[in-house]
Ligand binder design. Structure first.
Ligand code: GUN
Length: 290
């Protein structure tokens, strides 16, 4: 029977720390501000954006939504990003992905000032993560690390297996575990012997986007199992990449879906927004330049 890592409770603790920091900044006349851009009508993106705005309001962070129609051109979106880069009341810029197919998301990410890049998707920030000298961390992997830290799980010397190699989760996740001295393997769709590799993991992070992909035979008894998935099962019910009912009796620690990694992503976004506000008000130094 695994210890259930309660992402909702841990996220609430992070959010309360953030709210206290925001209150302290306000006494210095600084109100952290986040711009949230959404293009088109993807229902999942709409839900994520609504949750992000609500969390900002609860933490005392100013947020401004830019909801653009599906047929927005790349030039129009880039012009908006450039204007937000120049606004002193906006410290963080988040452009919700995915974008419609006619827009090059790489170009949009590249246009965001690295100092306002609260998703940490810009190449300047991903490069800083690679060399272990970072100001912003991408919200989901940072949230996973926070869950591990606050649950007393150490990566040092452990076999850490990450399933998934996306730029948003898998790659930075592997790097953060490596920075904490884990022995890290990244698995993906072309990996041979996936089951055997996973079954050797002391810490297994599933970020594949396939419902109930991780089965009990892929989990070492006592392993820490972190589920980044937000999937739908055969009945349309929200579930993760891990078959929770089957894996929970085998694992040592496990995150549920919902209530595991998901709430942490938003909590870390708030934290990054506060970091951005400090950076832009000379309360922090970094190596990101202007
Ligand atoms: N779409 C799915 N996850 C994310 C995220 O963390 N940030 C942004 N901007 N878009 C996303």
């Amino acid at each position: 029977m695994a210890i259930r890592i309660d992402g909702k409770a841990i996220a609430a603790a992070v959010r309360s720390d953030v709210a206290a920091e925001v209150a302290a900044l306000k006494t210095q006349g600084i109100v952290p501000g986040l711009a949230v851009i959404i293009v088109g009508n993807d229902p999942a993106s709409r839900t994520y954006v609504n949750n992000k705005k609500k969390a900002c309001a609860e933490a005392g962070i100013y947020s401004e939504e830019f909801a653009l129609p599906e047929d927005t051109t790349q030039e129009e979106l880039l012009a908006l990003v450039v204007s937000l880069n120049g606004r002193s009341d906006i410290n963080g810029i988040l452009c919700q992905l995915p974008l419609p197919p006619h827009i090059d998301d790489k170009a949009v990410i590249a246009a965001i000032s690295p100092r306002k890049d609260v998703d940490a998707f810009h190449a300047a920030n991903t490069g800083h993560i690679m060399i272990g000298d970072y100001t912003f961390l991408p919200c989901t992997p940072a949230g996973v690390m926070e869950l591990l830290h606050r649950s007393g799980v150490k990566a040092e010397g452990k076999n850490c297996v990450v399933i998934g190699r996306s730029n948003i989760v898998g790659k930075p996740m592997a790097m953060l575990l490596l920075h904490e001295n884990g022995t890290v393997t990244i698995c993906h769709s072309r990996t041979k012997n996936l089951k055997e590799i996973c079954a050797q993991a002391d810490i297994l992070v599933a970020a594949v986007g396939k419902p109930k992909f991780v089965t009990a035979d892929m989990v070492k008894p006592g392993a820490v199992v972190i589920d980044v998935g937000m999937d739908r099962d055969e009945n349309g019910k929200l579930c993760g990449d891990v078959d929770y009912a089957a894996v929970e009796p085998v694992a040592g620690y496990i995150t549920p879906v919902p209530g595991g990694v998901g709430p942490m992503t938003i909590a870390m976004l708030l934290k990054n927004t506060v970091t951005a506000a400090k950076l832009q008000n000379a309360l922090l130094t970094d190596s990101l330049g202007k």
